[in-house]
Structures are given as structure tokens and as C-alpha cells.
Design a protein around this ligand. Structure first.
Ligand code: HSE
Length: 415
């Protein structure tokens, strides 16, 4: 029998305990060992929980107990999670986590400690909730050079955008519902400002290209500025707005990476990924496009991935699983201003027709977009040409200097 500990009894932690207890026999068959929860660490009391006798408030009790071979860290955040995970690995325990903030900030360091201590550090649940993506990239697609990864990586924002598009629900109401359903982060700013998706694309980029990409290196925008007008214009353009995390390998060895709302064509494989679902497209040189789809957030989907990692650790006490990337380096990421894209722009001006003429002077031929009941002053268009982000900013400034107020600039993706 293998004894495990769970650090944190929040949405995911309680799901992990539930899955381990409810699937005891099938898990034992797959792991070839019975897996029992010995401790659950939480600062709160849960006297009515079916696991009430396993709760402890002492991390030391867990880290000093040689019977505990695997620890599931589902506290989230960096402090105290980083310290706890490091100490567990140093104590010779394998660790699994759903904590994307931790892996995105400290992945290279923790993978090195795990390697030095001959234990496993696995984090399937950190990206895509219940969708298998870490293992497929590191194992099943290992024969490919990964050309690009692009995905809808945050369930909460996708849920909000879907509610805005389908039900004209306000941003605030949709967010409140996502929180109630257990999708959102403790601080939902991490979802709506794009930081959660940023952490996930960092993890995928680090894994695919073997060098740590840190969140500070990634241009990150959220969905807080997206309005129902933009949603309507996107529809008239022939697509939808989605929050996309995207990374591409460049010929010079650097990578291009960003998280931003993007207009994607209705025919794209990601266009119909709705609600709390995530969709992740991996473009391999041998496989072509492979798309992973499933529930990207929520108690049981995420717990399912954490428990699968626990099983994998139990099966690999003797032979370590190879999962590794190096520390990151400066200048590895293309400066955001240099990335080249077409864009959609929404603006208003006293004379919208004159503003359209000015827009064509600056951006070349543009495609005008229309929506029902738009005020006369409103103007929306997509550029036919691609421009660098730096050029786009300069052209937007020029447009504004001519008396036009630019209300939205959204990149158009090639997905
Ligand atoms: N808040 C995250 C999301 C949870 O909405 O995707 C899963 O990582």
C-alpha cells in the first residue's frame, strides 16, 4: 500500500480526495498498489468531512513521515506551495501539482531538484484541467518538432465570452456564475487579465522547446476590454473573439509568444470551443495539427488529472519519468512590438466616413464591418495587410491625432 498526502482542501483538493476514495479498486488495479490518503493539510477545520480523521495543520508532520511517498500540492500560488514542494522533493517524495503559477515560475528549478533526488515532479493538471496535454507533448508527440502551440487555455474567460456571445449576458454576471461553478481562480483577476492563460502557455512552451519561458517574458492581455459591440463585429467579420495563448518557434531559435484576445475564423478548429472547455492545437512537423479538447477547469476534471499523476508516480518509483527543461535565458522571446499581425479596429469620430478614408491611408485597403443599430459615429474595420504591433500602435496614434477615438484594437489570428 502507498500512502499519499494532499496539501490543500479547496475545490481541487477535495476533488482529489473524492476521486481517490471513490475509485479505490480501479486505481489499485492500475497502479498495482493500493493508494491511501494518510494526511490532508489545511489551515481550516472540516469536522463533517468523510476524511475528518486525516486532517493536519502541520506540514512538518507530512514531510517528516517516511511512509508518505507521494504528495499532491493543490494549494495554488507560490507561497507556501514552492517551499512545501521543494522540501517534499528534497525529502525523497514524488510531488504532483495542479499549480500552474508554481510550474510557470519555478518549473525548471523544481524539475532539477526532482531529478537530483531521483523522484518525480508531475503537473498534468496545471494546463487544460482534465485534458491530457503535458504527457502527449512530452511523450506521444516527442518525435515531432513542435512548430506552434495555440489554445484556449482558460476556462473562466471562455465561459464568460460564450455567455456574452450566446446570451448577451454581462461580463460581471458571467464572471459571478463562473466563480459559483468553481472555475475561477481565488483572485479572478488572474483569469480575466490573462495571467492564468499566460502561465499555461509558459508551461507548454517550456515543455515543447526545452527552455523555461517565464510569465514576465510574455505579452499578456485579458478580456476586460472586450465589449458586446466587438462580439457583434466579430460575427459580421465571420468569426469569434477568443482569449488565445500562442507560441511559435522562429527560425533564429527564439520564440514568439503572447496571450491576447484574438479574432478567429469561424472555420478554425478553436472557434467552437465554448463554455468552460479548453482547446489546444499542437502543430507538429510530422503530425500536422493535433487538437486537444475537454473541460479546462472544475473540481473533478482537474482532480482526475492530479490522480492520474499520483498513479504514474506510484508506477515509477523505480524508473524516473523523464520530464525536464532548462533554465530560461534573456532575449529568448521576440519583443512583442516586432510580431506581425492583421488587426480589427473599432473607433468613433464625428465624421466616420472621413475616418474610414484616413484609416485606408494608414493601413492600406481595409474591410469595413457593420452591425445593427450602430451609432453613425462608429467605424469598425479589419486590415487586409499584416503590420508589426509597433507599426500598428504608431498608426493608431496617427488616427487619433486626426480626431478619431480608437476604442478597440484586436489581433486577427491565423488559426
Ligand atoms: N481558473 C482556471 C480556468 C482554472 O478558468 O481555466 C483551471 O486552471
Amino acid at each position: 500500500m502507498v500512502k499519499v498526502a494532499i496539501l490543500g482542501y479547496g475545490v481541487v483538493g477535495s476533488g482529489v480526495a473524492e476521486v481517490l476514495a471513490n475509485h479505490l479498486d480501479s486505481i489499485a488495479r492500475r497502479a498495482k498498489e493500493e493508494i491511501r490518503i494518510k494526511y490532508i493539510l489545511d489551515v481550516r477545520d472540516f469536522p463533517d468531512s468523510p476524511f475528518a480523521d486525516r486532517f493536519t495543520k502541520s506540514f512538518d508532520q507530512i514531510v517528516n513521515d517516511p511512509e508518505v511517498r507521494v504528495v499532491a500540492e493543490v494549494i495554488g500560488g507560490l507561497d507556501p506551495a514552492f517551499d512545501y514542494v521543494k522540501r517534499c522533493l528534497l525529502a525523497g517524495k514524488s510531488v504532483v501539482t495542479s499549480n500552474k503559477e508554481l510550474v510557470a515560475a519555478k518549473g525548471a528549478q523544481l524539475l532539477k531538484i526532482a531529478q537530483d533526488n531521483n523522484v518525480n515532479f508531475l503537473f498534468e493538471a496545471s494546463v487544460g484541467g482534465g485534458i491530457p496535454i503535458i504527457r502527449p507533448i512530452s511523450q506521444c508527440l516527442a518525435a515531432n518538432d513542435v512548430i506552434e502551440i495555440a489554445g484556449i487555455l482558460n476556462g473562466t474567460t471562455n465561459f464568460i465570452l460564450t455567455k456574452m456571445i450566446r446570451e448577451q449576458m454581462s461580463f460581471e454576471d458571467a464572471l459571478a456564475l463562473a466563480q459559483k461553478l468553481g472555475y475561477a481562480e481565488r483572485n479572478p483577476a488572474a483569469d480575466v487579465e490573462g495571467h492564468d492563460a499566460c502561465r499555461k502557455i509558459c508551461i507548454l512552451a517550456s515543455l515543447a522547446y526545452g527552455k523555461h519561458v517565464y510569465p514576465e517574458q510574455v505579452h499578456t492581455e485579458g478580456i476586460t476590454k472586450i465589449t458586446l459591440q466587438d462580439v457583434e463585429y466579430a460575427e459580421s467579420w465571420g468569426g469569434v473573439i477568443k482569449l488565445i495563448g500562442q507560441v511559435k518557434k522562429l527560425e533564429d531559435g527564439r520564440i514568439q509568444v503572447a496571450v491576447a484576445p484574438m479574432l478567429i475564423d469561424q472555420d478554425s478548429q478553436l472557434a467552437n470551443v465554448d463554455d468552460v472547455f479548453n482547446g489546444i492545437l499542437v502543430r507538429g512537423d510530422a503530425t500536422g495539427d493535433v487538437v486537444f479538447y475537454g473541460k479546462g477547469a472544475g473540481k473533478l476534471p482537474t482532480a482526475s488529472a492530479v490522480v492520474a499523476d499520483i498513479i504514474d508516480c506510484v508506477k515509477h518509483f523505480k524508473a524516473r519519468k523523464y520530464l525536464y527543461w532548462e533554465d530560461g535565458v534573456k532575449d529568448y522571446v521576440l519583443p512583442y512590438e516586432e510580431s506581425v499581425v492583421p488587426v480589427y479596429i473599432r473607433a468613433h469620430a464625428q465624421d466616420a466616413e472621413a475616418a474610414a478614408v484616413k484609416a485606408e491611408e494608414l493601413f492600406g485597403a481595409v474591410r469595413r464591418l457593420y452591425r445593427d443599430n450602430a451609432p453613425e459615429e462608429e467605424l469598425a474595420f479589419s486590415t487586409n495587410q499584416e503590420w508589426s504591433i509597433g507599426d500598428i500602435k504608431a498608426k493608431v496614434d496617427q488616427l487619433e491625432q486626426s480626431g478619431v477615438t480608437v476604442d478597440a484594437v484586436i489581433r486577427i489570428s491565423d488559426l
